[in-house]
Write a protein that binds this ligand. Structure first.
Ligand code: ACO
Length: 422
């Protein structure tokens, strides 16, 4: 294969090229410092590949997203969230036997240790559920301390992964029940993943909750669309933290914290706040767009723009269609949908957004769907975390399976004072 050539101070160096299965090309600069004394500088990692990965493929220009080769549209239509989770983690969709064994592991690990349940008493009712989620996930390493990568073996990993995927949903539902002062509802072994979550969230001894298959389907779609997105902020965090050889639970806890921010998974919550402000008359659609364009403030149009997608986010397209399906089936007339559609239309015709290739991202329509399902706004990033978990686990596993294993450690260009003395 061709090599890249670089000239530094009139001296030419050759660097190997690495080609991916979809034709992407990278310049391997790992030897650059040894041979030339230079490092590369890329603030915000806008053009830095941190790993080779066989999990997720994105073509941001064409709006393509595939997990393990399968288009996201097909997975959202034809698989359940747990099947997609299995695909991401183990590389292939499960056979009927594998599916049965995986479901069994999820069911057996769905409860939270009773001692851990008492942790909830220590959180104020107003605690943000993302703070509770990250704390509780990290606390799993207290209850299962024997499972560290030094003892890594596949059975142990299978158990850790199942524990996380199953318990995260119980922790999330309990954090909601805690915030409204209702008793915790234990998981039911006869219910599937999403139905079980909805049951634990919304059932109460005095008001039974009936699971609507359309809502269950919508939740499956939402979680599948969130399930992985290659080396985004939270996933890179999971890999970086995990590269210190800390346990999986603590690595995932770090990912949850990274996801919480409004520029990442917290954006879905901000989208609804923004649409509500418009609906309450505090802001018009036009003013909102103008504010987002004004460089004198840090306000952004939440749910718009993406580091990778420079055309329509394929996840947003699926969710927009699902908004339409669910609102018709449940006969929901949500004024926020009208506002969202107007906002989208105006931005698609606005020079500022066209020039910068800013389109609605996954968070723009996911918030509206969560609202239709009845999920409280501050739980939206938690829903995102439940969805993203299999991706984080898959990426953590892939990193540990990669030889040679390397701790993540970027470099910097120092721009502080040169040596000085007191
Ligand atoms: N509203 C207004 N302007 C925007 C927006 C937005 N939502 N997004 C980007 N821009 C502008 C920037 O101000 C910048 O303008 P300039 O060139 O005049 O300075 C230009 O578009 C490029 O933006 P960057 O911030 O350089 O793009 P980057 O790739 O670093 O950021 C990000 C991507 C963080 C997603 C950004 O688009 C954003 O803040 N969006 C709003 C928050 C959001 O929806 N986040 C969820 C992303 S999806 C996810 O994480 C699941």
């Amino acid at each position: 294969m061709d090599k890249a050539k670089i000239i530094i101070h009139n001296k030419e160096y050759e660097l190997p090229l690495v080609k991916g299965t979809e034709g992407e090309i990278a310049i391997d600069i790992s030897t650059l410092r040894d041979t030339t004394g230079c490092i590369t500088l890329d603030v915000g990692y806008q053009n830095t590949g941190s790993c080779l990965s066989a999990i997720t493929f994105i073509d941001g220009e064409k709006g393509i997203l595939r997990y393990r080769g399968y288009p996201i549209e097909e997975l959202a239509e034809k698989t359940s969230f747990t099947e997609t989770a299995y695909l991401l983690i183990y590389g292939n969709l499960p056979t009927p036997e594998e599916k049965k064994a995986f479901s069994q592991r999820l069911t057996e690990n769905s409860m939270i240790h009773e001692e851990m349940v008492r942790f909830f008493d220590g959180f104020p009712l107003t605690a943000h559920p993302m703070a509770i989620l990250s704390t509780m996930v990290n606390a799993l390493s207290v209850y299962y301390p024997q499972y560290f990568p030094a003892e890594f073996d596949i059975e142990t990993f299978d158990l850790m992964a199942a524990r996380l995927i199953s318990k995260i949903r119980t922790i999330a539902a309990y954090s909601y029940k805690h915030s409204i002062g209702e008793p915790f509802i234990y998981p039911r072994p006869d219910l599937k993943y999403c139905a079980n979550f909805l049951y634990m969230m919304f059932h109460s001894p005095v008001k039974p909750y009936e699971i609507d298959p359309d809502i269950e389907k919508t939740m499956n779609i939402l979680l599948i669309l969130h399930a992985d997105h290659e080396q985004n902020c939270s996933t890179s965090t999971v890999r970086l933290v995990g590269s210190s050889m800390v346990n999986l639970y603590s690595s995932i806890c770090a990912g949850i914290c990274a996801l919480w921010g409004p520029l990442h998974g917290g954006a879905n919550q901000e989208v609804i706040h923004m649409l509500e402000e418009i609906h309450n008359g505090k802001l018009s659609v036009r003013e909102c767009i103008e504010r987002a364009k004004n460089k004198d403030n840090r306000f952004r149009l939440f749910g718009f723009g993406h580091r990778v997608y420079k055309s329509y986010d394929p996840r947003a397209r699926i969710l927009k269609a699902q908004c339409d399906i669910l609102s018709r089936k449940l006969n929901i007339k949500d004024p926020l949908i009208e506002i969202a559609l107007e906002l989208e239309e105006r931005t698609l015709n606005d020079e500022y957004f066209i020039e910068r290739k800013l389109y609605p991202n996954v968070d723009f329509y996911s918030g509206i769907l969560y609202r239709m399902i009845g999920i409280p706004t501050n739980m939206y990033p938690v829903m995102f975390a439940i969805g993203r978990l299999p991706g984080w686990i898959a990426q953590w596993k892939e990193m540990h399976d990669t030889k040679p294993f390397k701790i993540g450690r970027p470099r910097q260009i120092y721009i502080g004072p040169v040596e000085r003395h007191l």
